[in-house]
Design a protein. Sequence first.
Length: 306
Amino acid sequence: MNDDILATVGVIVVNYGSHELVEDNLTQTVGDAFPGYVAVVDSWSSSEERRDVEAMCELHGWHAISPPGNPGFGGGCNLGASAALGAGATALVFVNPDAYLPLDDLRALAQSVLQDPAQVRAPVVVRPDGSHFASLADLLIERGQTRARFRSPAGPPPGSRPWVSGACFAIAASMWTTIGGFDEDYFLYWEDVDLSRRVVMAGGEPRVDPSCQAVHDEGGTHRGTTPSRAKSPVYYYYNVRGRLTYARKHLGRRDRRRWVLTTPVVAYRVLLEGGRRQLIHPRRTWWPALRGAIDGFRGRTGPRYP
């Protein structure tokens, strides 16, 4: 495969206990003989998984990065990005382990950020059935909630902040270096909202290319053990905590206070993403969300399984 643009690209995937999912999606993304740098960061889950990830990478010519523990999503992305930049990558493309991006779309995203390094470019992200998962979104400061831009035909409300999903996006090496990568305090969720804010603060702009599309099966990594809409306690805990972490880092006292007071309403909406039936299991739903709220309010960061 002779492609000058792809040769400058570093593709980063962070794995946690799902190497088969990574292999399936990443082979659909980069194909065979990818000329750029492909990093699979294995967040520690077990010795067997670590061996499987390293064998998978050796088979496909990818680079396995094996930290001693679980650095979280942002920390894993930072490790992969550091390795890719060290290998000479000038554009970085991040793809979730449960997502794939056609090679032509990967090339288009990389080319756009190389031509305009102030941009952070993301594709439209859809679920396997074609329904919308993520595109350009707004953080509504007044409400302390996020909303997809396409749901507000009148345009973003005053004071809102644009952001793109960390499920799949491209960024120039120069912008990545300027903003310092992901903030690892979040560990999981909300680090993409934070990164988008820092891109804007650095004079850049998060954008979505509607001609590019990634497919994301969100059930692959954070659903519960049953085939239902229910998500994992990890999802509820870190999602609720990450919102308050963002407030503590970036909002003034009045806005922080409003976000704290509206936490029960927002947390309930997060829980409803997994459906009402799962709410009869408080240890998997209410309790993780409550602990996330308490830890977010107290300023706790880093890993903590609820």
